[in-house]
Write a protein that binds this ligand. Structure first.
Ligand code: FAD
Length: 461
């Protein structure tokens, strides 16, 4: 069976991915395409768009996991939504191979035009033990799990007799000093502090937070002096920031660090919590597709966001966001291309949607041009850093700017309201610092009740 039969053979615009790019494009074109007798089909394994900038706040329990997502079926009612993964695009025959989630069937899906907005995945390096012992910060599930895990480690540690085991449980390592890593470690430290303050068996000084960054600085998106002041701020909170340092190996609970310069040993950290935020790469399925990609696996596009290969424009194919090499016409991009961030992805999506409609109506296509506005980052309650159009801010004002910006930027008024409600409730009643027990082993209470010996798992993230 092909999906064409399901969609009644209407001309289809296929959108791969329902993230920033996919959601924005779909919401802008869905009504017009439907009215003209076509169908916009959004394929994403997740039934929601994930608002990734909120992941650190989800990990720190300030934003409820579900509220940092935007449900596709609720907000894209004029689209066809498929909870599936695109495995391959054969643009010559205009066919996508899609697979239903988990053990789902595969289908051949015909389209007239395709929008590639599948974003990026965590880029890990072949570091021994990394894949087995670390977790990323790129999905809602990871963020929700990290919250429970960190709070559970604190509960567990408070009753551990062995000093080394207790220290290990209370040590948290984040690798990667980009925005995601800095916000994650700062938000987690803030939450851990609040949790420990409610636990008379522990002191804040029992906690240890370590950030490992391979470069000589953090946050390449902000000016160097601002990045240095963020390092100073983190250190003033007791967070160890190790620059020019990299992870060499993970052996069980031992992280072996190395100096970037001469690759000599840079010490070991005993921990059960290793969070990897050191980079992203374009969605891997593109390598199985016939669209032109660059050496970093990104779809090649022109400034008007049409896919463009060596022989010129590839008709009927568009791409934007993290999975596309979009020329940065301001001349300030890395290697001439826009950096992978939400600021670009959401604005590229608007241009892409307008260009799709212009192409259909015989209008002129626009080039994507966007001057970087700056960056905002939350570093825990009332703490933040911002750089807006060259002006730097820090402290409560920057934190308010971070919340104000992202609170408004998450798509739909409904989600803005839910997130704002989270913030108001924790301001009034205090942060919720209790972990959900057995979140990873939900069958345990049932197994105990029915007398089956619960499976013993080594505690690791
Ligand atoms: C923790 C974190 C914090 C961040 N904070 C900021 C910030 O403060 N400011 C900022 O500007 N940027 C930030 N970013 C970066 C920003 O979120 C991304 O650049 C942005 O989400 C890219 O949008 P996109 O549409 O290209 O991809 P995404 O938003 O990632 O969407 C891609 C979608 O494609 C789907 N998909 C993937 N593969 C397939 C497939 N094979 N078939 C079908 N669907 C598929 C995914 O499930 C996903 O829904 C942050 C990122 C992270 C991880």
């Amino acid at each position: 069976m092909s999906f064409n039969q399901v969609a009644n053979d209407r001309p289809r615009i296929l959108i791969v991915g329902g993230g920033y790019v996919g959601f924005t494009v779909a919401s802008r074109i869905q009504k017009a395409i439907k009215a003209s007798g076509g169908v916009v089909t959004v394929v994403d394994p997740n039934p929601y768009m994930t608002y990734l900038p909120f992941l650190p706040e989800v990990a720190a329990g300030n934003v409820e996991g579900r509220h940092a997502t935007v449900p596709l079926r609720q907000h894209l009612q004029d689209c066809e939504i498929l909870g599936a993964k695109v495995e391959k695009i054969d643009h010559e025959s205009k066919t996508a191979t899609v697979r239903g989630n988990d053990d789902g069937d595969t289908y051949e899906l015909k389209y007239d035009q395709v929008v590639i907005g599948a974003g990026s995945v965590t880029r890990a390096f072949p570091i021994p033990g990394l894949a087995e012992n670390a977790i990323g910060m790129k999905s809602i599930e990871e963020a929700v799990h990290v919250r429970n895990w960190v709070l559970d480690r604190i509960e567990t540690a408070s009753l551990l007799k062995d000093e080394a085991a207790r220290r290990r449980a209370l040590t948290f390592v984040v690798v990667g000093g980009g925005f995601a890593g800095v916000e994650t470690i700062a938000e987690l430290e803030d939450m851990a502090r609040a949790a420990v303050a409610r636990n008379s068996r522990l002191r804040v000084s029992d906690l240890r937070f370590v950030m490992v960054e391979a470069m000589g600085r953090i946050m390449p998106e902000v000016p160097e002096d601002r990045a240095e002041s963020v390092v100073a701020h983190l250190r003033s909170r007791g967070i160890e920031v190790l620059l020019n340092t990299s992870l060499g190996e993970v052996d069980g609970d031992t992280c072996k660090l190395i100096n970037m310069g001469d690759k000599s040993p840079a010490g070991e950290v005993e921990t059960q919590t290793l969070i990897w935020t050191a980079g992203v790469m374009a969605a891997p399925f593109l390598k199985q597709s016939t669209l032109p990609i660059d050496e970093r696996g990104r779809v090649r596009v022109g400034a008007d966001l049409r896919v463009t290969g060596d022989d010129g424009v590839v008709e009927g194919a568009w791409a934007a966001g993290d999975n596309a090499a979009v020329p940065d016409l301001t001349g300030k991009g890395v290697g001439g291309f826009c950096v992978p961030n939400a600021q670009h992805a959401s604005r590229q999506a608007v241009t892409l949607a307008e260009n799709i409609m212009a192409a259909r109506n015989g209008g002129e296509l626009k080039d994507y041009y966007h001057e970087n506005l700056g960056a905002v980052a939350g570093l825990g309650a009332y703490k933040g850093v911002a750089n807006i159009k060259g002006r730097s801010f820090e402290g409560p004002l920057a934190w308010l700017m971070h919340r104000g910006y992202h609170g408004m930027a998450i798509p739909t008024v409904e989600r803005t309201t839910r997130v704002a409600a989270n913030w108001v409730l924790s301001t009034v009643f205090g942060r919720d610092t209790s972990p959900i027990r057995n979140e990873r082993t939900p069958r345990r209470p049932f197994e105990e009740a029915t007398g089956i010996a619960p499976k013993e798992e080594k505690a690791r993230i």
